[in-house]
Design a protein around this ligand. Structure first.
Ligand code: SF4
Length: 329
């Protein structure tokens, strides 16, 4: 396994907690290792280990309902840093990806030839390498800034997919951003800042300049926003995952009704086309759950879905140009 889960430490912490029943949550890419992980924990702790089969998209997605229903003593959430405070014992296990970055860093030099000042950020899996990567670029003559943590970020230089305020802090000072991780985080960055974003893609082992995809997604966002402007019947989707609450439905409901829209408030844990299909009379949705549902999954839905932030454009509280300037996330 190229991932380091520090399982001995996880076992130690479970033992120290004296938990008798433990629910573990694995991110999608780690579910294939569920057997090995449960085996290790069962052999090294006295706890009964139950694995959640539900999604684990982020630190926002903590399985509190499952944990309460199963009456577990401890929830072990793999793959993400703490995102929100919860009134339940949770052990967060940040998985380290030990992919050797040497070749990728060398390759990336072509893409940053024309840039001197670099903003460097990383997804949680590569945070343990960020200082080494910084030194690498400095040895290549670059000025490298790691932004201070802000908002949902757990560490300086850490990015989560729904908020990029730390990058915005240094947007004016750098020539480009480099993101260590995957397309999810780098696309979010590209949609949030006004400088070129270059992805060091440790999953596909390639360097990706994000400008083309950014342009494509911006066109999709413009189409979705315009369709919601034209829609008469709109559904506002409230996410029920503990950390997926972006915006308040009461306020936008009132404002949308004031401009002649009919509003239906819906709740969903996961937003899927299957769930949306039966709401025949609704012409489009504003989702207040993870903002990446609307952006990332554009092609999966028959009807337009926009984010809370984009709804401000529908309400004329933000100009489209300002959204472009200030970022979609
Ligand atoms: S809200 Fe979305 S982007 Fe933010 S942490 Fe959760 S899954 Fe990731």
């Amino acid at each position: 396994m190229k991932f380091d889960l520090d399982m001995d430490n996880v076992s130690k912490q479970i033992n120290e907690s004296k938990a008798k029943r433990v629910l573990i949550q694995l991110p999608e890419g780690m579910k294939m290792y569920a057997g090995e992980i449960v085996d290790h924990l069962s052999k090294n702790t006295k706890a009964e280990i139950i694995t959640s089969g539900n999604s684990n998209w982020g630190g926002c997605d903590i399985a509190l309902d499952e944990a309460n229903n199963l009456k577990v003593d401890l929830l072990v959430h793999f793959g993400h840093a703490q995102f929100i405070k919860a009134d339940f014992p949770i052990l967060y296990v940040e998985i380290k990806d030990n992919t050797d970055l040497t070749e990728l860093l060398e390759k990336s030099l072509n893409s940053i030839n024309n840039y001197k000042k670099i903003g460097l950020v990383s997804s949680i899996q590569h945070m343990h390498k960020i200082e080494d990567v910084k030194k690498y670029y400095e040895n290549e003559g670059k000025d490298v800034s790691i932004p201070n943590k802000k908002g949902f970020a757990a560490y300086d230089g850490h990015v989560v997919g729904c908020e990029y305020n730390s990058l915005k802090l240094i947007d004016k000072e750098v020539d480009c951003f480099i993101v260590l991780g995957n397309q999810f985080h780098s696309l979010g960055a590209a949609l949030s800042v006004n400088k070129p974003v270059i992805l060091i893609d440790t999953y596909n082992m390639e360097i990706v300049e994000m400008e083309k995809l950014k342009e494509k997604v911006i066109k999709q966002r413009a189409i979705a926003i315009n369709k919601i402007k034209e829609a008469k019947n709109i559904g506002i989707i409230i996410g029920t995952k503990p950390g997926q609450r972006f915006g308040t439905y009461e306020t936008i409901k009132k404002k949308l009704e004031a401009i002649g829209k009919n509003i239906t408030i819906l709740t969903m844990d996961e937003v899927t086309q299957d769930k949306l299909t039966n709401f025949y009379n609704i012409q489009g949705f504003i989702e207040l759950a993870c903002p990446r549902i609307a952006i990332e999954d554009y092609g999966k839905y028959d009807k337009p879905i926009i984010t809370y932030r984009e709804s401000l454009v529908v309400l004329n509280e933000m100009k489209w140009e300002d959204l472009l300037e200030k970022g979609f996330l």
